[in-house]
Design a protein around this ligand. Sequence first.
Ligand code: SAM
Length: 243
Amino acid sequence: MVLILLLQRCIQLLILPVYLLSYLGLWDPLCKKIFPYIMAKCSTQYNRKLFQQKQDLFSSLREFAGPSGELRLLEIGTGTGTNFQFYPPGCRVTCTDPNPNFERFLLKGVTESSHLQFERFVVASGEDLRPVADSSMDVVVCTLVLCSVRSIEQVLKEILRVLRLGGALYFLEHVAADHSSWGYFWQQVYYPSWKLVFDGCYLTRETWKNLEQTNFSEIKLRHIHVPLYWTPVQPHIIGYAIK
Ligand SMILES: C[S@@+](CC[C@H](N)C(=O)[O-])C[C@H]1O[C@@H](n2cnc3c(N)ncnc32)[C@H](O)[C@@H]1O
């Protein structure tokens, strides 16, 4: 524990200017502006590493289409739109993100995804999806988002509200490592600075527990290890949960 605190302080010293900006109340608005650029850079490499897993995961999306064959999909925390390429042709996509600075990156993704039918972009957090009607979605997608939300319980409650009966939540999230591993040790070391630099991202969430405690009728969930070397975000969960 003492060693973890010591190493945490060392990293905090290394990024002292960020802590100073945060203390002055300047970091949060700046982070909201630069985070979309960071995501645009990182997500290309991330998608390359996870291409097969994402392709396998999203290959079953069509099974959740309504009786007319139409698939209404809501993506929460869409970011730059890295998942669009995996959605089936004709899919009707509604995007949400609380950070409006993602919109211009998202528009690029929209332009490049002519196989999809985009409905709208809503600036909203996952905790409050009021612009989306009850039972109006066949599928909700959430990738690398539950690590950053204020309340996972409230987001999952909102997801259940907007999903129709028999609809599904598709997820892919980085999570806490095994508590007896070095991975978990480093997650604890990085945690405070990582959260500050990466727009509120928690490294040690056991998100699978929240999913298991929510009122889904069926959950298909796998723990996977993503070889993102030298980063504390290698353990992931992937799967879908049916309402
Ligand atoms: C690491 S990025 C992931 C973006 C995208 N889903 C992907 O897989 O590339 C995290 C995203 O979650 C969004 N986010 C942060 N807090 C959120 C919240 N409370 N509700 C919904 N989205 C949130 C951020 O604005 C950002 O777009």
